[in-house]
Design a protein around this ligand. Structure first.
Ligand code: FE2
Ligand code: FE2
Length: 352
């Protein structure tokens, strides 16, 4: 039914190079940093952690349901295809579905690593270069943690999803520095927070939950960085320049809402691809995911000032316009607290 290879496709067929245009900016103003950004840089330095110490890698995943997620999280749960599966086949679907998801996290984290390095190179302010430098090491740590989870524990990995790849490709190849922030720090990191949160809050497997909790603590800082930097910059753009950014936001939001379905999984486990895709599009799992996704993205997009008619109309059509009233900073603060709570629980368990 499934391939036992660690990767479902050989890596030399899937790696790719982006030939974009990137300018490099050096600045000579070292002292005139913005307090909010320098405070975030300070926080970034103090909150560094080591993935091999903070996470207990002696823990294992479950053989039948690796991250101990409820079956409602399976996009085809409740479908006629799902109902006909034997117990053994359900185990395959869970394992492949979860490995697909963690694979996308891993590849997305590598995208973040590359994008943050690009920000260091391009951004025309020293305070932002400082902060982005702390984020480079954060993203390397995230790649390390998801890679260990995938390669040591799942022993199965998927290539990058073609739609996620297309989005990343757009962001990496654009020469305008703020597109890197907008695409990565606001949109893809918003997507990441929505996806990680589900596992952090629902997984009954301590290893999987804690990897996601700790990564989210960093991601919350990263989104805050994107907000601060763009909030200062976007008011200075012309109407036309802002319209280009808004168009990009709308397109990316539709892509994230409609395209990121686990389409590679169904064929790999021998199920009818078209039927599974059609069912999963409107499944409970996807509906909940979209709610979390837009609660992370919509208030931030409003906050950075990309709130023209085009964006508002699109969110209205998607039924998510009301989410603009959410307090995104409060959500990010909560993400930081949850990770601290994981540390407390670990210490208590060790003491016992
Ligand atoms: Fe990350
Ligand atoms: Fe990040």
């Amino acid at each position: 039914m499934s391939t036992q290879l660690r990767y479902t496709l050989p890596v030399d067929q899937t790696e790719w190079t982006v030939n974009g245009e990137t300018s490099t900016t050096l600045v000579w103003e070292y002292e005139d940093g913005r307090d909010a950004l320098l405070n975030l840089y300070d926080k970034g330095k103090k909150q560094q952690w080591d993935a091999s110490d903070r996470i207990d890698w002696s823990l294992d995943l479950d053989p039948e349901n690796p991250m101990l997620m409820p079956d409602q999280a399976v996009p085809i749960f409740g479908s006629p295809v799902w109902e006909k599966l034997t117990d053994k086949e359900k185990v395959q679907v869970r394992r492949h579905g979860q490995a697909w998801q963690i694979s996308q996290f891993l590849h997305g984290e590598q995208g973040a690593l590359v994008c943050t390095a690009k920000i260091v190179q391009q951004v025309p302010d020293m305070d932002a270069k400082f902060y982005a430098a702390t984020q480079v090491i954060d993203e390397a740590r995230h790649v390390e943690a998801y890679s260990r989870l995938l390669h040591e524990k799942f022993e199965l990995a998927y290539p990058i999803n073609p739609h996620l790849k297309a989005l990343l490709d757009n962001i990496i190849s654009d020469s305008r520095w703020d597109f890197t922030y907008l695409g990565m720090q606001i949109l893809i990191e918003g997507l990441a927070l929505a996806a990680f949160q589900r596992i952090r809050d629902v997984s009954q497997n301590r290893l999987a939950a804690s990897v996601n909790a700790y990564v989210m603590q960093d991601e919350a800082r990263h989104v805050a960085f994107g907000r601060l930097a763009l909030r200062d910059y976007y008011p200075h753009l012309t109407e036309h320049e802002r319209a280009e950014r808004e168009e990009f936001v709308v397109e990316a939001c539709y892509l994230m809402r409609d395209r990121l379905l686990a389409e590679e999984v169904w064929g790999a486990v021998g199920l009818p691809v078209k039927e599974c895709l059609e069912y999963s599009r409107d499944s409970d799992a996807m509906r909940h995911f979209r709610g979390r996704l837009f609660s992370r993205i919509v208030p931030t997009v409003k906050d950075i000032g990309l709130w023209g008619k085009r964006v508002r109309d699109a969110y209205e059509k998607m039924g998510v316009l009301d989410l603009a009233a959410l307090d995104s900073q409060a959500m990010l603060d909560q993400d930081a607290k949850v990770a601290d709570q994981f540390d407390i629980e670990t210490r208590m368990a060790q003491a016992r």
